[in-house]
Design a protein around this ligand. Sequence first.
Ligand code: B1M
Length: 222
Amino acid sequence: MTNDELLRQLYDYTLVGNAPAVLELTNSGLQAGMGPETLLYEALIPSLEEVGARFERGDFFVPEMLIAGKAMAGALEVLRPLLAETGAESIGTVVIGTVKGDVHDIGKNLVNIMFEGAGFQVIDLGVQVAPEKFVEAVAEHKPDIVGFSAFLTTTMPMFKANINALTKAGLRDKVAVMVGGAPVTQEYADVVGADGYAADASAAVVKAKQLIAGRRAAALSA
Ligand code: B1M
């Protein structure tokens, strides 16, 4: 099988949620020398985008979305150690979670993997994280960054609720707030008062580094 054929099959099997085939093709791709990013960005993620498009058109329903998501998550577990390979010392700490009311976690997990790969220590609070849980974690771990993921237009308002909870607990100035997720935009991030937004996992790493550098420079000049 050529690399193109393998990517095509990986895309097709993710689309129909054939988890064993997705796992096998992911392993075969790696054995054939393909990079984890190639498998991710040229097959797995485009396939989930198509799943979403079909769901919007009414061609797919929640069960199809669920099995495609599970197939992707299985592949991500194989790719995780390769994407997160790093010998670097921790460059900062990130507390992250998907907001209350939202169970999507594939995108958040990918962001975590990229953060770990870049040398961040990541504390993942999981999904459906209530504002008070974020507050507790920020108080306990004193991270450089707290990250909120939301994947539904109906859960995006939780960003503001989380920020308000941090403010009420006297922690807002102690941590940089980053937000992201499929429907989130820079404009929305600005409106809720987040310090940073990123559209994808790689951009999230760049933004997190910028935020930390900015805060450290401000602390030095204070
Ligand atoms: Co749902 N779902 N889903 N879903 N789902 C979407 C998000 C949707 C866009 C599909 C669509 O209509 N096109 C749509 C939301 C529409 C909207 O509100 N704008 C939708 C819907 C409507 C729903 C339900 C309401 C359906 C229903 O029940 N009627 C329901 C909600 C459940 C709930 O949360 N309460 C639901 C359920 C599900 C499943 C459980 C079946 C499953 C989730 C499985 C899981 O995550 N464990 C699922 C899936 C798989 C999807 C799609 C198809 C794929 C999501 C995904 O993993 N994408 C999705 C369609 C789509 O996204 N095109 C869809 C791949 C992932 C790598 O990308 O998630 O964007 P993404 O993550 C990116 C960036 O967002 C960014 O980096 C990530 C990596 O590059 N990012 C950050 C993420 N977090 C960040 C944080 C940062 C910075 C960047 O800083 C802190």
